[in-house]
Design a protein around this ligand. Structure first.
Ligand code: TMP
Length: 236
């Protein structure tokens, strides 16, 4: 089944970062935001789930590994619906207004994450995710998606180590997904590859490992091309 990649027209640019936990996307999003801001662009950054008061509550429910014990095991459909409740809120409250004002929106995860994690990881299937995306998000898609795909083993090592450290230091626990087994992450990884193949005009894949600064430069080159094509090239 093919899924149309229609989009709204707006004066801004909507860029999402995707990848497994530990793929380095959050670091790269920050570096890109800094570079674009230095170049004179107006930037809005956010992450999903989170970014709105409602989204922050949803994030703490979905990412805290104690939630399943505290609330009763969260079923995959509830997890999927909560991800979209968060997305509906941040789309209307933050993303669309920022795009309408001509800003560049950098969003750490979006619907591709739901397709990879809930659709493939949890086994709910892409069609259900994309149907919900059309119903809840009016099928608003990013103009550009940066997909970071270092080897699965690298991402998992980084993510699991990082969250153990964070939990020890802050008592903050965002380990609920990191506790999933390698098979779950294998399905997530494969789904990301399928999304990239299907939506090759929107999704630019950065496979393998590269030093942070090298990868940043490559991402910046791609983004600059898109900005120029959209007539948004910043001051020299
Ligand atoms: P992150 O902010 O560190 O990337 O963590 C967010 C976690 O939430 C990550 O494990 C992926 C997961 N997630 C989903 O499962 N589905 C979604 O739609 C989104 C946005 C995130």
């Amino acid at each position: 089944m093919s899924h149309p990649t229609t989009n709204l027209s707006h004066p801004g640019l909507f860029i999402t970062f995707e990848g497994l936990d530990g793929s380095g996307k959050t670091t790269q999003l920050r570096l890109l935001g800094d570079a674009l801001q230095t170049g004179g662009h107006r930037i809005v950054t956010l992450r999903q789930p989170g970014g709105t008061p409602l989204g922050d509550r949803i994030r703490s429910i979905l990412l805290d590994s104690r939630s399943d014990a505290d609330l009763g095991a969260i079923i995959p459909e509830a997890e999927m619906a909560l991800m979209f409740a968060d997305r509906a809120q941040s789309l209307r409250r933050i993303i669309l207004p920022a795009l309408a004002a001509g800003s560049i929106v950098l969003c750490d995860r979006y619907t591709d994450s739901s397709e990879a994690y809930q659709g493939a990881g949890r086994g709910l299937g892409s069609d259900r995710i994309l149907t919900l995306h059309r119903a809840v998000c009016n099928n608003v898609l990013p103009d550009l998606t940066i997909l970071l795909l270092p080897p699965l083993s690298t991402s998992l090592r980084r993510a699991r180590g990082r969250n153990d450290r964070t939990a020890r230091r802050l008592g903050a626990d965002e380990n609920r997904f990191e506790r999933e087994d390698d098979q779950f992450y294998n399905r997530v990884y494969k789904q990301y590859c399928e999304i990239a193949e299907r939506d090759s005009g929107r999704v630019v894949v950065f496979p393998g490992e590269a030093p942070i600064a090298t990868l940043h430069q490559r991402i910046l080159d791609v983004v600059r091309q898109r900005l120029a094509a959209a007539g948004l090239a910043g001051p020299p």
